[in-house]
Design a protein around this ligand. Structure first.
Ligand SMILES: *Cc1c(COP(=O)(O)O)cnc(C)c1O
Length: 404
């Protein structure tokens, strides 16, 4: 075009994006995506290099389990590659309902709805159940999908100090006359430090102040409780939590999220949860893989895998402590190594990678500014030698950086 010359001299409306990006890169806080070649395994090839993988949420090794692969392949053969519609139009396949019934039985609740992800399960549910006249009381370290769901609901949002039931009660007392509905919401396991919510105390408050109680068990599904039934089972809060969210994307090894609760809650979400209404349902392969995962969790093999996960976690933490690392708050296979400065955390992670261990650094906006850390995750499928070697490498790399 003849006007090209004048157009290039005009100010580019997206120039600020390039400027901000350059700034982040100059600060050393814009890590590149690591690219996995092949399978998500305890030792895997990222960016062409074989590394001990402490980065995935594949707690039980189910992403590559033969029962899940087979189920997925069979489903593709029988039903094809996609669902073809949203659930409320023509995209509810029989296997979607079978999976929901299976999860409801597993969680020992009346009913369950499966969403495309844990993120949409949280965001879609909070915004469907609460409205602008309501109050959401939320732990300060709750997952982004809870925060986004709370914002979408337009409810009043009050944040209590992390895991602090007394602070939660202070907010409830201050809102004693609040006319709308109230929701107390917490992660079951907090994803950045691996600590567990004070669920029994929060349930006490929910009962005392007539609140809806909701827990997001993304990092506890398949990890905590009998056969990985979650924090409600682990902390014996059966019947006290109205809305339990879980993910199918972490320990379950496939993709998706779910809400477990009363039949009426689920039937209501079928009508009002926006991701359910406006986004296409899972492809058959994903549904079938999840079905296979829950069958496995419900079997002796599943229980064995969960036990192995915890044995590996204890062993790895012990070995890291021997080498001078501290991670006081972690109670789960999520092991945070606090660094503080984001650029330093990213440097730590990069040097570790070069030495053969993949453990990602997380900085702002995933955690607060100045609270950057390395996050190492253990799985049931790591071998003892791999974890010992990883602990040695972590110590070797951390020492010159003054982290340990
Ligand atoms: C990972 C995670 C989610 C999102 O789950 P996806 O299935 O990956 O979308 C939600 N909540 C918490 C606490 C998480 O850690």
């Amino acid at each position: 075009m003849s006007e090209t010359g004048t157009q290039t001299t005009k100010k580019n409306p997206t120039q600020y994006i390039s400027d901000q990006l350059s700034e982040l890169r100059a600060k050393g806080v814009a890590p590149k995506l690591r690219v996995l070649e092949g399978e998500q395994k305890p030792v895997a090839i990222f960016d062409g290099r074989e590394v001990i993988n402490l980065a995935s949420n594949n707690y039980l090794g189910l992403t590559t389990h033969k029962a899940l692969r087979k189920a997925a392949l069979d489903a593709v053969k029988r039903y094809g590659a996609g669902a073809g519609a949203v659930r409320t139009i023509a995209g509810t396949m029989k296997i979607h309902l079978e999976l929901e019934e299976q999860i409801a039985r597993f969680k020992n609740v009346e009913a369950c709805v499966v969403f495309q992800s844990g993120f949409t399960a949280n965001a879609g549910t909070v915004s469907a159940v609460l409205g602008k006249e309501d109050l959401i009381i939320s732990d300060e370290l709750n997952h982004a999908s809870i925060i986004d769901g709370a914002r979408l609901s337009k409810a009043t949002i009050k944040v209590f100090k992390h895991k602090d039931a007394a602070d939660c009660e202070r907010i409830l007392q201050e809102h004693a006359e609040f006319p709308g509905k109230k929701l107390i919401i917490t992660d079951g396991v907090f994803s950045m430090d691996g600590d567990i919510a004070p669920l029994p105390e929060l349930c006490d408050l929910a009962e005392k102040y007539h609140c809806i109680m909701m827990v997001d068990d993304a990092h506890s599904s398949g990890v905590l409780g009998r056969g990985g039934r979650g924090t409600v089972d682990h902390l014996n809060c059966h019947g006290r939590v109205h809305i339990q969210v879980g993910t199918l994307s972490k320990a379950i090894g496939a993709m998706g999220g779910y809400v477990a609760g009363s039949r009426d809650l689920i039937d209501f979400l079928y009508l009002r949860a926006r991701p359910f209404l406006f986004s296409t349902s899972h492809p058959p392969a994903t549904v079938a893989a999840c079905q296979a995962a829950f069958s496995l969790l419900d079997s002796p093999e599943g229980e064995r895998l969960v036990k192995k996960l915890w044995a590996n976690t204890k062993m790895f933490k012990r070995e890291l402590k021997k080498r001078g690392f501290q991670f006081k708050v972690s109670e789960t296979p999520i092991i945070p190594i606090h660094v503080g400065d984001a650029a330093k955390a990213f440097e730590f992670s990069k040097k570790l990678f070069d030495a053969g261990v993949f453990a990602p650094a997380v900085g702002y906006p995933v955690v607060a500014e100045g609270k950057a850390r390395l996050r190492a995750m253990v799985s049931a499928t790591h071998k003892r030698e791999q974890l010992l070697r990883a602990a040695d490498i972590l110590a070797e790399v951390a020492q010159p950086l003054g982290i340990v």
